[in-house]
Write a protein that binds this ligand. Structure first.
Ligand code: SF4
Length: 161
């Protein structure tokens, strides 16, 4: 058993150390990409576990740009829309606005089980059951939640890298 507690305030430090270790080994495979893919992230209501993992991936520990991805704050600058959460009814119009603001050639990526079909939330008075209730989900990254590493590997797979 480890002498370190994996819960409490130290868990944040452990998560950062784990990410740094993973990054160090993955760095060998990373290269500078000219074909940068811009990501806009939209949380649509769930437990926010997936949203937190995406936030972690976008933090300094992973240096996302080294893998050919960058996060943007304006959907008008985005190539891919990453959706997390079970798609609450209140967020459907927001999703439509964001999608319509993106330039042609855009792609939709469901991150986590909830974004695909509602996951543990399913459909009900507050949620519609994920993106599947609105459209065919062609691109997804499974997990509940997927770890930052899972999300990065999923993005690379979807980009064909
Ligand atoms: S897939 Fe799991 S972690 Fe992600 S929002 Fe749904 S319940 Fe939370």
């Amino acid at each position: 058993m480890s002498v370190f507690q994996k819960t409490g305030p130290l868990s944040v430090l452990h998560a950062f150390m784990d990410a740094s270790r993973w990054r160090a080994s993955a760095d060998k495979e990373a290269s500078v990409h000219n074909d940068m893919i811009s990501l806009y992230v939209l949380e649509t209501g769930g437990c926010e576990g997936c949203a937190m993992e995406v936030e972690s991936l976008c933090g300094s520990a992973f240096a996302l740009d080294r893998y050919g991805f960058r996060r943007v704050a304006d959907p008008a600058d985005a190539d891919w829309l990453l959706v997390t959460g079970a798609m609450s009814r209140a967020c459907v119009q927001m999703l439509e606005r964001v999608w319509n603001a993106m330039p042609p050639g855009k792609s939709l990526v469901a991150v986590g089980a909830c974004a695909v079909d509602g996951g543990v939330f399913g459909s009900g008075y507050a949620t519609i059951g994920g993106l599947r209730a609105l459209t065919q989900v062609r691109r997804s990254i499974p997990g509940c939640p997927p770890s930052p590493q899972d999300i990065l590997l999923g993005l690379q797979r979807l980009a064909g890298r």
